[in-house]
Ligand binder design. Sequence first.
Ligand SMILES: NC(=O)c1ccc[n+]([C@@H]2O[C@H](COP(=O)([O-])OP(=O)(O)OC[C@H]3O[C@@H](n4cnc5c(N)ncnc54)[C@H](OP(=O)(O)O)[C@@H]3O)[C@@H](O)[C@H]2O)c1
Length: 291
Amino acid sequence: MRLLIAGASGLVGGNCLDFFSKQSNIEVIGTHYSFPTNNTVFFDTLNLDNPDNFDVWKFRPTHILHAGALTHVDLCEQEPEQSYKQTVQSTLNILQIANSLQAKVIYISTDYVFDGQAGPYDEMAETNPLSIYAKHKWEAEELIRKESKHSLILRITNVYGDEIRDKNFVNRLFNACLQKESLKLKLPIDQFATPVNAHDLAQALWVLLREGKQGIYHIAGTDYLNRVQLAEKIFSYFPEHKIEVVACTTIELNQAAPRPLQGGLKSKKFLTEFPFFRFTSVDQYLVKKLK
Ligand SMILES: NC(=O)c1ccc[n+]([C@@H]2O[C@H](COP(=O)([O-])OP(=O)(O)OC[C@H]3O[C@@H](n4cnc5c(N)ncnc54)[C@H](OP(=O)(O)O)[C@@H]3O)[C@@H](O)[C@H]2O)c1
């Protein structure tokens, strides 16, 4: 297998690059766009003719994982054209490469394709994206479904884990506690999700690829938490450190993009097909990190 990971300077792509690089019988290349890392190469999914692009035609991937998107949900609401380009147009371009090389596409999507009235959701649930980010992710999913036979779509939410920029919610709060930064946080008590460890996600993808699976899979960790509960879980490991959490509603937060409130995903389909797979909890991750 030759795997190309677009967006490997990010949280999900970076964990996949790290995980797949350690497996045998896989050649893997990860790409960055604006944030070069030690083990990624430049590739602009928006300009396939950029002379600085890594030569994908020479590498001839058999599989392409598209983990690149504009992931700042509120920015997408304010800059819909940029959101369209980085999420939908980039997917169209990835499809163009994949189809001409007959490579299998793996697309990373989100629980934001649902409206958050009745989560956590299984793969059969009806979608109803609320925000620009969510609509563009759904549009990209649709393109993948229509234009790419045998493709795999993984929906995920609230990803956390080791990453170069340590910008995910769990690691940001964890590091702030370690460094004894004083914090006062205003967090929504009504946004629920199923946080998933990026390493587990990479491992789950590997299992799916080995078995030649296609279609949609929901990949979720074992917790179902709102943002306040998630933050308090982290703070519970630092009892001496004083942190102020102000719980509020999403309406009070006045975020630019609407959020699905009762979100989250069920990995029942995945776990039924792979009953021996174990997703870790946030607690397990934090305990390991503290050692
Ligand atoms: N994190 C979550 O909680 C979460 C939840 C649901 C779904 N997802 C989905 O999972 C995927 C990965 O998310 P993430 O959290 O890993 O995001 P991330 O850390 O923000 O990384 C996004 C990646 O996309 C790359 N990228 C952006 N525009 C690009 C372009 N035009 N060409 C090539 N690469 C481009 C970025 O490259 P540079 O940084 O080098 O510019 C970066 O590597 C996204 O599709 C996101 O929608 C994430």
